[in-house]
Write a protein that binds this ligand. Structure first.
Ligand SMILES: [Zn+2]
Length: 189
């Protein structure tokens, strides 16, 4: 089945191959295949060999490089912290699809980071900037800016949200535990 202009597609739908087309707005590439990032209508530019997606009006939140997203840390292991993206900052609607992204240790903070668990812990709410979109579960993120990083830290001991008590320190109001974080200048609490 060939995709054509005007077709309605859903996130992840195959649109064409990179041998024939250039992926453009609203699409991503995976193993030589061009897929849709969002629900919308296919627009094929046969002259310039470009495929793009015009998002459905009810799903305007298209993920792209440079936007700031918010979400929750789901895993911190080795050199990477994983995050479930919940929405784009400044847009009222949340993302239509559940994207997940990764923050590499080199992109976690402005300076050198020895231990990623001093930056983030599972359950933390964070804000991060998108640096590359390679797929629905393959988004690269950075938090190496003052206003990015943890906006709400979750206590690893008792799962309560913590209060900021120093530049890189949060304290649990419930159990008194102190932990380190990459705290955003927009930390809530
Ligand atoms: Zn606690």
């Amino acid at each position: 089945m060939k995709t054509k202009s005007g077709d309605f597609v859903l996130p992840g739908d195959a649109l064409g191959v990179t041998e024939e087309f250039v992926p453009s707005e609203g699409t991503y590439e995976e193993d030589g295949e061009i897929r849709s990032l969002t629900a919308g209508t296919v627009s094929m530019d046969n002259k310039n060999k470009k495929i793009s997606i015009i998002p459905k009006t009810s799903s305007p939140s298209v993920l792209k490089n440079g936007v700031v997203v918010f979400g929750q840390i789901s895993e911190v292991r080795g050199q990477r912290a994983l995050m479930r993206l919940e929405g784009i900052k400044g847009k009222s609607r949340s993302l239509v699809t559940s994207f997940s992204g990764a923050i590499h240790i080199s992109q976690a903070d402005k300076g050198y980071v020895a231990k990623l668990s001093d930056e983030f812990r599972i359950g933390d709410l964070i804000e991060a900037r998108v640096t590359k979109v390679m797929g629905i579960d393959n988004v690269d993120l950075t938090t190496a800016e003052d206003e990015l990083g943890v906006i709400k830290a979750m206590c690893t001991n008792c799962r309560h949200f913590m209060k900021r008590t120093d530049k890189n320190e949060v304290t649990c109001p419930n159990c008194g535990r102190k932990e380190k974080r990459n705290i955003s200048s927009e930390y809530e609490g």
